[in-house]
Design a protein. Structure first.
Length: 296
């Protein structure tokens, strides 16, 4: 049997981050050998095992070195760190991943007389984020009672369990349908790649390789390859309009000295208004293409 060392990475088994986390690994060239119903899946083509677990358990998998990398919401990591008495202090956010975006916010009933955070003095606040909330209240010198709830936090004011709530919000529709209004944002969060302190050199090198591949996937996802023809005398204006492009390639067109071809990798979104601005500056035959892979 091979005694090759294997990196272990923990991702959410099912829930809001599960699909995208798995897709991100797959796009990074890591394919699973077994079904997703198991706790542990071996990657076929990379010395890596994937643990499919509840997001709340990922910090413990990392802190105990069962896994060296994990993907979870910043909110979940920071909450564990806030409550963990230093147990999770060594866990490091390596890379924001751009999905699972949400915010942890205070929300109050429509008829609650909210002027500022000070309006919460002496009130009862329901939340699943006791650690982050109590740090926030302490930092702002507010004394309030916290009621911890595992779910359905938004019903707490209606059932008189609490005066106000502190919960995750993404679209805001849950708050609206429960007659609540969003106030202070305590934290903005997204899914993040987290690492523990990796002592083993070989495992650290594998983690570095996976991280670098994920970075490349994210960069390619946000980037576009742009090709266009530019009048020679408006080249400077056109270069200035290309978003997030360092140094476009400029090539002569055979038999034409009035136009040049411009090829650029734009590391920001290329929207219709950018294309219209390019056109207004004289650009012709503008092509915008997705990039499949990119390695710096
Ligand atoms: O089973 P497991 O423990 O793994 O999953 P879970 O049920 O604890 O977590 P899950 O899958 O619901 O969320 C995982 C992560 O997704 C969270 O830790 C956040 O980082 C992120 N995320 C992004 C969200 C939301 N958006 C979100 N809207 N997590 C929860 N919500 C809930 C929120 O609590 C509220 O009940 O959605 C409701 C509000 O949504 P809107 O769209 O109506 O505002
Ligand atoms: Zn959870």
């Amino acid at each position: 049997m091979s005694n090759e060392k294997r990196l272990k990475i923990a991702i959410q088994k099912s829930g809001r981050l599960a699909e995208q986390s798995l897709k991100l690994l797959e796009k990074s060239g890591i394919t699973l050998a077994k079904s997703r119903d198991q706790l542990l899946c071996r990657a076929e083509n990379f010395p890596l095992d994937i643990f499919l677990v509840r997001d709340d358990d990922i910090p413990a998998f990392l802190a105990t070195d069962v896994c060296q990398l994990g993907i979870l919401g910043q909110n979940a990591l920071l909450e564990k760190q806030a409550l963990g008495n230093g147990k999770f202090a060594d866990l490091r956010q390596v890379l924001p991943l751009g999905y699972g975006k949400c915010r942890l916010s205070m929300a109050v009933p429509h008829d609650f007389p909210y002027q500022s955070l000070a309006s919460l003095e002496g009130k009862v606040i329901a939340t699943s984020y006791r650690g982050l909330l109590s740090d926030y209240l302490t930092a702002n010198n507010i004394k309030a009672d916290i009621v911890t709830m595992e779910g359905a936090v938004e019903v707490a004011p209606r059932t008189h369990l609490a005066d106000v709530i502190c919960d995750l919000v993404s679209t805001g529709s849950t708050l609206i349908s429960n007659g609540l209004v969003e106030k202070d944002v305590i934290l903005r969060s997204e899914a993040v790649l987290v690492s523990n302190n990796i002592a083993d050199e070989q495992i650290a090198a594998l983690a570095e390789k996976v991280t670098s591949r994920i970075k490349s996937v994210l960069l390619a996802k946000n980037s576009r390859y742009v090709m266009l023809n530019s009048p020679t005398d408006s080249l400077a204006a056109i270069k200035a309009v290309l978003p997030g492009s360092q140094s476009p390639a400029v090539m002569p067109r055979q038999g034409r000295d009035d136009i040049v071809a411009v090829h650029a990798v734009c590391e920001e979104g290329v929207f219709w208004d950018t294309m219209e601005e390019l056109k207004a500056n004289g650009a012709k035959s503008i092509l915008v293409m997705p990039i499949e892979k990119m390695l710096d």
